[in-house]
Design a binder for this molecule. Structure first.
Ligand code: NAI
Length: 343
């Protein structure tokens, strides 16, 4: 089995079933936007998953080469390519999980509004198709800006009478993966042991790693807290700059989604103790209808958004949480308004 650095269960938690024997190899996954920078490496990682039986790759660009190439890897996952809008419906057939990284990444000179209008339309169109042809599938939204694209997806599903908040998840795993990596390095901790919850949203200062809740417990100076928090929040820019602006994070994002997908599939399979952070409809912060926190994943998707980690925050975290609320609320409202303005 593959391990994605998923944290070990807490002391006293129900014993984890070793990766899903019963459901091994029985889940169907569709990736919409599979020919892209994230889609391609993500497809390779999913082709290696022991939990998956079929992988459907859809893109408006030609994705048949990726599908043909992957189909030569001798793992049990059957791969099929679906190129062009006429093939979207076929790609959704029987999907248990639909992963959406379709869209444009942020390019130099592009304003957040430019990105919003391109990606909002793409997410709307794709989620409409999921509502019609794969109702009941879990939907993982990767497309930026996640703070708005998840509320867009929710509104689209509501209009279709197909909204189940347990099944709509914004993927924030990359923030957790980064926080774990940076904090393990800063404190000299074994990577496999480090688990940092990241709450809030999935852009800039709405990303809030809770260092006071990190396991194992570690002491941080005020300067370290500020530096590490800023590094997690700006990690995307670190990659864009190192790539000299040509691309944004794709490999680490593919890895993060592979980890999140495995957690979701283990939840669907009835594994008792699956927790990950994700951006979901939530009552954890009453004034924010969508919020990233640790969630419990089960047979129907999100079983519970865990709010307990927001109690007993450090002063720094409590201030940062207050400060992010208006920004996150504005992004949520923008997503909802986008759909409400459409015919
Ligand atoms: P990319 O441009 O390399 O790939 C996007 C793919 O989507 C392309 O193959 C394109 O043909 C396809 N596409 C465009 N419109 C489509 C449609 N209507 N239907 C199906 N496919 C369509 O971009 P990349 O780097 O793969 O990033 C994808 C998205 O993920 C971006 O919005 C990016 O900002 C976001 N992202 C999210 C992260 C997260 O943590 N959630 C991290 C990194 C990027």
């Amino acid at each position: 089995t593959l391990r994605w650095g998923v944290p070990r269960p807490r002391a006293g938690a129900a014993k984890r079933v070793i990766v899903a024997q019963a459901g091994a190899g029985s889940y169907k996954v569709a990736i919409l936007g599979a020919a892209g920078g994230i889609g391609e490496p993500l497809s390779l990682l999913i082709k290696m998953s022991p939990l998956v039986s079929a992988l459907h790759l859809y893109d408006t660009a030609n994705v048949n080469g990726v599908a043909a190439d992957l189909s030569h890897c001798n793992t049990q996952v059957e791969v099929a390519g679906f190129t062009g809008k006429d093939e979207l419906v076929g790609s959704l057939d029987g999907a248990d999980v639909v992963v959406i990284p379709a869209g444009a990444p942020r390019k130099p000179g592009m304003t957040p509004d430019d990105l919003f209008s391109v990606n909002a339309g793409i997410v709307k169109e794709l989620v409409e198709a999921v509502a019609d042809h794969a109702p009941g599938a879990l939907i993982h939204i990767i497309t930026y800006p996640v703070n708005s694209t998840v509320p867009i997806a929710a509104e689209v599903l509501k209009r279709k009478g197909a909204y189940d908040p347990r099944k709509l998840l914004g993927v924030t795993t990359l923030d957790v993966v980064r926080a774990n990596a940076f904090i393990a390095a800063a404190k000299g901790l074994p990577l496999a042991d480090v688990d940092v919850p990241v709450v809030g949203g999935h852009a800039g200062t709405t990303i809030l790693p809770l260092l006071s809740k990190a396991r194992p417990k570690a002491a941080f100076t005020d300067e370290e807290v500020e530096e590490l928090t800023a590094r997690v929040q700006n990690a995307g820019t670190e990659v864009v700059e190192a790539m000299a602006g040509a691309e944004s994070a794709t490999l680490s994002m593919a890895y993060a989604e592979a980890r999140f997908l495995e957690a979701s599939l283990r939840g669907l399979d009835g594994d008792a103790d699956v927790y990950e952070c994700a951006y979901v409809q939530s009552q954890v912060v009453p004034e924010l209808p969508f919020f990233a926190s640790r969630v419990k994943l089960g047979r129907e998707g999100v079983e519970e958004a865990v709010g307990s980690e927001l109690r007993g925050l450090s002063d720094y975290e409590a201030r940062a949480l207050e400060a992010l609320k208006p920004q996150l609320k504005a992004s949520i409202d923008k997503g909802i308004a986008y759909v409400q303005q459409q015919q």
